[in-house]
Design a protein around this ligand. Structure first.
Ligand SMILES: C[S@@+](CC[C@H](N)C(=O)[O-])C[C@H]1O[C@@H](n2cnc3c(N)ncnc32)[C@H](O)[C@@H]1O
Length: 269
């Protein structure tokens, strides 16, 4: 999907069942998420993120954080508990509208719509933390690659970038022994949850694409954008059917991790 079409699908989710579209627990479909419980998941996630950074001896300034693909602000609101200011960016107008209604932190949290494949709306070297969870998996890898480059551009020199991307379906065959020989785009679209055969007709349903990209490829993107991988951690954010990773990245080598992040793959596997 091109970005305008992606925006249209996410906007439709935002206007029909936004909390379920963000966290697809089956018993919450049909606007059955309790908003308090939903936002509590964000607080737990950000507490876990900060704990991970502490374990990695990374302590970004607590000035300004970027939440890319912010949805209704589940994570932006939680980040505001730890950072002076938060900027949430999303492609879907409906998500941004709901995020503004849910904002409990006044002007400390600002939401912006961005339909572009870059973040030209944001200045260089601004953010102490750039966070992106369960977003890049829903777009073609060429867009994810471009955004990762932009995350590093807007990251402050001592800032920390953390993003998540799946590798592949958990039950897929093992990747080749030499990942470098895999196709440049080792991404596969998932089976779609909804048919999209009648895009213009009344039966049109929004759908989510799912894409996986090999860590080898993602690590090449990071390096080519001037990032240093501090740690790659397997995670479950993409759901039980997917093998997924969280990447923690800085702009400069962190002395304690410089060796492990360059000489050996930084993986928990
Ligand atoms: C599964 S939701 C996750 C929302 C939020 N990160 C969270 O965890 O609560 C994915 C979000 O990414 C947004 N999104 C998808 N593609 C995007 C893009 N190219 N730029 C910005 N936001 C995007 C969608 O509109 C949606 O709000």
């Amino acid at each position: 999907m091109e970005l305008p079409e992606l925006a249209r699908h996410w906007d439709a989710f935002a206007r029909s069942d936004p909390l379920w579209a963000i966290l697809t627990a089956p018993d919450t479909r049909g606007n059955r998420w309790d908003p308090q419980a939903f936002f509590e998941t964000g607080r737990r996630e950000i507490a876990g993120l900060l704990q991970l950074l502490e374990e990695l001896s990374l302590s970004p300034q607590r000035g300004i954080a970027l939440d890319f693909g912010c949805g209704v602000g589940r994570l932006s609101q939680a980040l505001a508990g730890h950072f002076e200011r938060v900027v949430g960016v999303d492609i879907a107008a409906g998500m941004i509208e709901r995020a503004c209604r849910e904002n409990r932190h006044g002007p400390r949290v600002r939401y912006m719509r961005n339909e572009r494949g870059d973040l030209a709306c944001l200045p260089d070297s601004e953010f102490d933390l750039v966070y992106c969870n369960i977003v890049l998996q829903h777009m073609e890898p060429r867009f994810a690659k471009s955004y990762i480059g932009e995350f590093l551009r807007v990251l402050s020199p001592n800032g920390v970038l953390c993003f998540q991307l799946p590798e592949r379906r958990a039950h897929a065959v093992d990747p080749p022994a030499h990942p470098a020989s895999a196709p440049a785009h080792s991404a596969r679209p998932a089976e779609n949850a909804h048919a999209d055969t009648d895009v213009a007709g009344p039966s049109w349903q929004p759908r989510m694409e799912m894409w996986g990209t090999s860590p080898h490829e993602v690590e090449r993107w990071i390096a080519s954008a001037g990032g240093v991988l501090v740690r790659r951690v397997e995670d479950s954010a993409a759901g039980p059917g997917w093998l997924s990773h969280r990447y923690v990245v800085t702009r400069m080598a962190h002395p304690r991790h410089a060796h492990s992040s360059t000489a050996t793959p930084s993986t928990t596997r």
